[in-house]
Design a protein around this ligand. Structure first.
Ligand SMILES: Cc1cc2nc3c(=O)[nH]c(=O)nc-3n(C[C@H](O)[C@H](O)[C@H](O)COP(=O)(O)OP(=O)(O)OC[C@H]3O[C@@H](n4cnc5c(N)ncnc54)[C@H](O)[C@@H]3O)c2cc1C
Length: 434
């Protein structure tokens, strides 16, 4: 069999972070790979958008030091994380006065000191947080049976400011799911990977440039340099298999392997022709989704937040990012409302006004923004609920694989889950090749 025979050809459907990760790993090993992307842009749910001439992201993203595979793959494709991401030690500063800053010391000293001296926590609460973490560690971060984050925190005596400023914001930011519905097991995984182990794991990494340049653009360039093909504006509607391999719609090429790397609601249509995939279909149909709204407000250059990222509670807004500090765009604030909530009922104008009021309340009267934009991603991620069954990479159809942030993983719907899933689909294809 030659590399150009259908058996060696791999099609990747979707060029989000998962699909691109798979394409990078396969092309690097000389496997002929073609990625088909429905839209004209790379990056899927983490992409650059052009709005009235302004280059923005479809939503403010944040990475953490524990995103091992994402950072490794960025390195492989020549995307320099030191240049592209502003790396800060864990710091949680809230408009209400709470402030926790983990010093650049090895774990667990960094957390111990961070919690002990956190403004807004008394010593008893700091100790309660440390006890909670050591109990989690002692049980291997296993939550059996899985329950809601809210119930789990309650059962472990995590109340008051600990809950308001530390655990619940962590849950909503990482799992994009309200604590009363979010899986305590996935939350425990996030605590394990993000707050324990090496100190660098808890670092916050804020994109300095647009998301396209952070990974999708260099990844696509890498794939092309290694002989792969990326087709934009190339939606796949149907996948069929016969003795010569997989066929995508009426395209003439045949592929020995296909990786479906679309968001779950789009993957459903592509598995329609495969009755063997009933369990995958059931798992995808059971998923629910959570939105993320990002409101960009461009103020005068002199408007600054006290930190690159400031938390808010009790209103519409959860985090505000100062893009002047992170990306050299003075006066530009990206305000984020994660997960479902009352804000979904507001018009864009009402939402923007509410965000402006909350920022004004915290920073002193602000002049009206020069311009503002709301990007509402209604299905930003799957809802990371209790005991969720997520479909695995390998399917019952030989040669057909799934990738995407929703596939089986101990991570919630994040860039790292997407990249890991793409890498795992690529590894499965490689193992399958003769
Ligand atoms: C607003 C917002 C903020 C977020 N913030 C964070 C954050 O701070 N940190 C974090 O880690 N994660 C964050 N996430 C989650 C993260 O962006 C996603 O988990 C990740 O991008 C998912 O990648 P994916 O490749 O699995 O899927 P997608 O990005 O959905 O990629 C799938 C691709 O497939 C394409 N496609 C679909 N159907 C077809 C078809 N039939 N044919 C061809 N192509 C098709 C789509 O156009 C898309 O490009 C955020 C998400 C959003 C929306």
């Amino acid at each position: 069999m030659t590399e150009n025979s259908p058996a060696a050809n791999v099609a990747v459907v979707g060029a989000g972070w998962a699909g691109l990760a798979a394409a990078v790993m396969l092309s690097e090993r000389g496997i002929p790979v073609t990625a088909f992307e429905a839209s004209r842009n790379l990056g899927g749910r983490a992409r650059r958008v052009l709005l009235d001439g302004a280059e923005l992201d479809n939503g403010q993203h944040i990475l953490i030091g524990a995103y091992r595979e994402t950072l490794a793959l960025m390195r492989r494709v020549g995307a320099d994380a030191r240049e592209l991401l502003l790396r800060l030690p864990l710091e949680l500063r809230f408009a209400g006065g709470f402030h926790l800053r983990a010093p650049r010391l090895p774990y667990p000293l960094n957390l111990l000191i961070g919690l002990w001296f956190a403004r807004g926590l008394d010593r008893e609460q700091a100790l309660a947080a440390l006890r909670f973490m050591s109990r989690l560690k002692a049980t291997g971060f296993r939550v059996e049976p899985d329950c809601s984050v809210a119930a789990f925190l309650e059962a472990h005596g995590q109340r008051g400011p600990l809950r308001t400023y530390l655990w619940e914001p962590l849950c909503v930011s990482a799992l994009n799911t309200p604590p009363d519905r979010a899986s305590a097991q996935v939350f425990a995984n996030v605590v394990r990977d993000g707050l324990t182990g090496k100190r660098e794991n808890s670092d916050l990494l804020l994109p300095r440039l647009d998301l396209g340049r952070t990974f999708p653009d260099p990844a696509a360039e890498f794939v092309k340099r290694h002989g792969g093909i990326i087709e934009l504006g190339a939606a796949v509607h149907r996948i069929e298999r016969d003795n010569n391999g997989f066929r995508l719609d009426d395209r003439p090429q045949r592929f020995g392997h296909v990786i479906i790397a679309c968001a779950p609601q789009h993957a459903l249509a592509l598995i329609e022709g495969f009755p063997e995939l009933e369990a995958v279909r059931t798992a995808i149909e059971a998923l629910q989704y959570e939105p993320i709204y990002t409101c960009y407000l461009q103020y005068a250059d002199s408007v600054r937040l006290s930190s690159p990222m400031v938390g808010f509670t009790g209103g519409l807004l959860q985090w505000a990012f100062d893009r002047g500090k992170t990306s050299g765009r003075p006066g530009l604030i990206a305000a984020v409302a994660s997960a479902s909530g009352a804000h979904e009922q507001l018009s864009q104008a009402e939402f923007t006004h509410g965000i402006h009021q909350e920022l004004s309340g915290a920073m002193g009267d602000l002049p009206a923004p020069l311009w503002s934009r709301v990007i509402a991603e209604k299905r930003a991620t799957f809802s990371c609920g209790i005991g969720l069954i997520r479909p695995p990479t390998r399917t019952n159809v030989a040669g057909l694989f799934l990738a995407g942030d929703y596939t089986a993983s101990d991570y919630p719907g994040t860039l790292e889950a997407a990249v890991r899933s793409g890498a795992s689909a690529a590894r499965a294809v490689l193992e399958n090749l003769p």
